[in-house]
Design a protein around this ligand. Structure first.
Ligand code: PDD
Length: 283
């Protein structure tokens, strides 16, 4: 078992994985990415992740021959070579290597890299306690549905939250509506209804988010994808955030205000259990 990298068709030790300093990913953050997991070696919703990667490429005019690349085979091979039980896969495609100029020529060969590492572990005791969040003005660009590698605003916001002892930031638009966390989607439960902001250009259309909405429907929990004012978030019975690497992470406080009972709530936990049961069946 060892961490593994992949660079333009070749699997290698991460220490030997190299990309040119003239790669546009390095110079301009001109690229897109995906994070997938394979609990028990079985990929979770790979088709949805690869479809979103395709959409991200299209959105930034990055032409990739996905048939020739056969990312699905690359990812499966990497998972099997790494030998980890629960794997986290990072895939990044950038526009390629060319002398630095904002304008790019046609016909560049994209740079494709991937890494295969153990999936991060969040134990249930930690989840039961719930995490602290803080609200912050969303300072990102206007195309947040694109999974761009340009993550400086996300990095700054999460780092600032961590400095203040919070787990993450909740990004709020100028209209006072909640969007998402720095690298996760957000949900609130109010009077038994599961609420989450709509899948527009202000948020990433999370694969986990979509899956949680399915789990809720399976459980007969009413769902609402609509604007979520900060005041409603703070007054919610339960709040949680979701991402591929965390699954469902309950929230205990926001801006030091206690949410519900100040720990993982019952609806959140039902969703988490449903999520896991379906996972072991393969989804
Ligand atoms: N982040 N919103 C943002 C801004 C994200 O970066 C992510 C994922 C999500 C959740 O999407 P999904 O459920 O498809 O993972 C929402 C990944 C895990 C990351 O950047 O590491």
């Amino acid at each position: 078992m060892s961490e593994l990298a992949y660079v333009n068709g070749v699997f290698c030790d991460p220490a030997d994985a190299k990309v040119s300093i003239e790669d546009r990913g390095f110079q301009f953050a001109d690229g897109v990415y995906e994070v997938l997991v394979a609990p028990g070696g079985r990929l979770f919703r790979a088709a949805e992740h690869l479809e979103r990667l395709r959409r991200s490429c299209e959105a930034i005019d990055l032409q990739v021959d996905f048939d020739a690349l056969d990312l699905s085979a690359v990812i499966r091979e990497g998972i099997s070579r790494s030998g980890f039980e629960d794997v986290m896969v990072y895939v990044q495609i950038t526009r390629g290597v060319v002398p630095r100029d904002h304008v790019y020529p046609d016909g560049l060969t994209p740079t494709v890299v991937a890494t295969f590492k153990p999936k991060p572990v969040h134990d249930d005791a930690f989840r039961r306690t719930g995490v602290a969040l803080e609200t912050a003005q969303d300072i990102r660009w206007a195309r947040c549905s694109v999974k761009s590698i340009a993550l400086l605003p996300n990095v700054m916001l999460k780092q600032a939250a961590r400095r203040r002892g919070r787990f993450d930031a909740v990004l709020v638009g100028p209209d006072g509506n909640v969007r998402e966390a720095s690298c996760a989607n957000i949900f609130a439960i109010t009077g038994g209804t599961l609420r989450t902001p709509p899948p527009d250009e202000q948020i990433l259309h999370g694969v986990t988010r979509a899956y949680i909405l399915e789990c809720a429907r399976d459980l007969g929990i009413p769902t609402e994808e609509a604007e979520l004012p900060v005041a409603d978030l703070l007054a919610a019975d339960e709040v949680f955030i979701s991402s591929t690497t965390m699954d469902i992470m309950p929230v205990a406080t926001i801006d030091d205000q206690t949410i519900g009972a100040g720990q993982a709530g019952p609806v959140t936990w039902r969703l988490l259990e449903r999520f896991r049961r379906n996972l072991t069946k393969g989804v």
